[in-house]
Ligand binder design. Structure first.
Ligand code: NDP
Length: 397
C-alpha cells in the first residue's frame, strides 16, 4: 500500500498514471501534479472511465524547489516519479532530498541553455542521497531504461563478456502529420540535432549529426529500415557497467520526411536554443517551435504501426563467440486502445511504473543515485512481460 506522486501530465505521465491505476494493490493512492491542471484533470477523467479509480490532481511548478518541498511535506508521498522535463530533474531531486522522499525519472538533467545529455549533474547527488538514506533511480523509461535492463540481463545470463553493443530504436509507426515528434518536441529536437558520439576501445568518437547510417532488418515483418547513429545518454553509464565492452553505439530510425523538415528548420534557425530578440521580446526559437507543433499526447488516436526497440549484443560465453538480440515490439494502436496514448509514451510510461513498483516493493532499493543496470534485472524483466512490454531474446548469426 503506497502513495505515488507523478509530476508531469504529458504523454508519458498519462501512461504511467493509467498503468499505476491498474495496480491498486501496489499504488493504493495516486497523485498527479503538473504545471497545467486541466491536463491532470483530463487524465484523471480517463482513468476514472477506464478503471473506475479516482486520483488526486494538483497544479505545481516543479522548478520552484521550496513550493515543491512544501507540497511534498503536505501530501507525504512514498515516491516522486518525475515525468516533467529534464530541466526539472535537479529542482525535483533537491525537493526530494529536503523532504526525504525517493525519486525516479526517465531522462537525464539538461541545462536549458546547452544540450549536453550527461549524467554528471545527477551523479553528483549520490553522496547526499546516501547520507539522507533515500534513493534516486535514473532513466527508468525505455531508452534509457529497458535497454539498460536488457544489457544487465544479457550480461547476467548470456555472456562472460559483452564486447559490442548496438542499441537500435525503430519507430515503424506513422501519425500522418507533416512533422511531429513522439515525445516532447524540445527535448527530441535537441537530442537529434546534437553531434553523434559512440564508444570505441575506451574513447568517445564524435560524428557530425546524423552523418552515419546503416540499414537494419527488423524482426516480425517490420523489415529493413535506415537507422542513424546518435549519442544517447544510456551509453554513458553502460560503458562503465558492462564488463569487457569495446564498442557501444545507439541508432534510431527516421523517415526521409522527418529529416527533410528537420534540416529546413535547422537551416532557418528554428532549432536554436539560445535567446533571440523579437520586437523587444526575448524568444528561444526551439521553444517557439514547440508551441506550434502537435503535442505528443495528441498523437495517440492518429498513430498506426509498431515500434521495435532492442539491444544487439556481441561477446563471448564459455570461450565461444555469441550474438544476442533482445527486443520488444509494441503496437501504437494497442497502446491507444488500452490507455489512450501512442507507443512512444507507452514504452516510456510503463517502465516508469515498473521502476516505481520495484522501489516500493524494495526489490530495487538502495540509498544513493543509481542507473538501471546496477540492479538485478530479473524482476524488472518479469514485470515487462506482465505489464504490456513483452520481450524476446534470440541468438543471431
Ligand atoms: P510532454 O511535453 O508531453 O510532457 C511534459 C509535461 O511536463 C507537461 O505536462 C508539462 O506541463 C510538464 N511540465 C513542464 N515543465 C514543468 C514544470 N516546471 N512544473 C511542472 N510540470 C512541468 O513530454 P513527454 O511526456 O513526451 O516526456 C516526458 C519526459 O519523458 C521527458 O523528460 C522526456 O525526455 C522523457 N522521455 C523519456 C524516454 C525514455 O525512453 N527514457 C522516451 C520519451 C520521453 P505543460 O503541459 O504545462 O507544458
Amino acid at each position: 500500500m503506497s502513495k505515488i506522486l507523478i509530476i508531469g501530465a504529458g504523454g508519458v505521465g498519462s501512461v504511467t498514471a493509467h498503468k499505476c491505476a491498474q495496480l491498486p494493490e501496489i499504488f493504493s493512492e495516486i497523485i498527479l501534479a503538473s504545471r497545467t491542471i486541466h491536463k491532470c484533470d483530463a487524465i484523471a477523467q480517463s482513468i476514472k472511465e477506464r478503471t473506475g479509480r479516482s486520483i488526486s490532481t494538483f497544479a505545481i511548478d516543479a522548478d520552484n524547489v521550496s513550493e515543491t518541498k512544501s507540497f511534498l511535506d503536505r501530501i507525504k508521498p512514498d515516491i516522486v516519479v518525475n515525468l516533467a522535463l529534464p530541466y526539472q530533474d535537479l529542482p525535483l531531486m533537491d525537493a526530494c532530498l529536503d523532504a526525504g522522499i525517493d525519486y525516479l525519472d526517465t531522462a537525464n538533467y539538461e541545462p536549458p541553455d546547452e544540450a549536453k545529455f550527461e549524467y554528471k549533474w545527477q551523479w553528483a547527488y549520490k553522496k547526499k542521497f546516501l547520507e539522507k538514506g533515500i534513493m534516486a533511480l535514473l532513466g527508468s523509461g525505455f531508452d534509457p531504461g529497458v535497454t539498460n535492463v536488457f544489457c544487465a540481463w544479457a550480461q547476467k545470463h548470456h555472456f562472460d563478456e559483452i564486447h559490442e553493443l548496438d542499441i537500435i530504436d525503430c519507430n515503424a509507426g506513422d501519425h500522418g502529420q507533416h512533422f511531429a515528434t513522439n515525445f516532447n518536441p524540445e527535448i527530441n529536437i535537441r537530442e537529434i540535432t546534437q553531434r553523434g558520439r559512440f564508444w570505441d576501445h575506451g574513447e568517445w568518437v564524435e560524428t557530425d549529426p546524423l552523418s552515419w547510417s546503416m540499414t537494419y532488418d527488423f524482426p516480425e515483418k517490420i523489415g529493413k529500415k535506415k537507422c542513424y547513429l546518435m549519442y544517447h545518454e544510456e551509453l554513458e553509464s553502460l560503458v562503465m557497467h558492462l564488463k569487457g565492452l569495446k564498442r557501444a553505439r545507439f541508432w534510431m530510425t527516421f523517415s526521409e520526411q522527418y529529416l527533410t523538415h528537420l534540416r529546413v528548420l535547422e537551416n532557418v534557425g528554428m532549432t536554436r536554443i539560445d535567446t533571440v530578440e523579437y520586437n523587444g521580446t526575448p524568444v528561444v526559437p526551439l521553444k517557439f517551435l514547440k508551441s506550434v507543433l502537435p503535442e505528443p499526447a495528441s498523437l495517440g488516436p492518429l498513430t498506426q504501426g509498431r515500434t521495435c526497440i532492442g539491444c544487439l549484443l556481441k561477446g563471448i560465453k564459455d570461450g565461444q563467440p555469441k550474438k544476442l538480440y533482445v527486443y520488444n515490439i509494441c503496437s501504437h494502436e494497442a497502446c491507444y486502445e488500452e490507455v489512450g496514448s501512442q507507443a512512444i509514451s507507452y514504452t516510456t510510461g510503463v517502465p516508469a511504473m515498473i521502476g516505481a513498483k520495484m522501489m516500493l516493493e524494495k526489490k530495487w532499493h538502495r540509498p544513493g543515485v543509481w542507473n538501471m543496470e546496477e540492479f538485478d534485472p530479473d524482476p524488472f524483466m518479469d514485470n515487462l512481460n506482465l505489464y504490456g512490454l513483452p520481450w524476446k531474446a534470440v541468438e543471431v548469426d
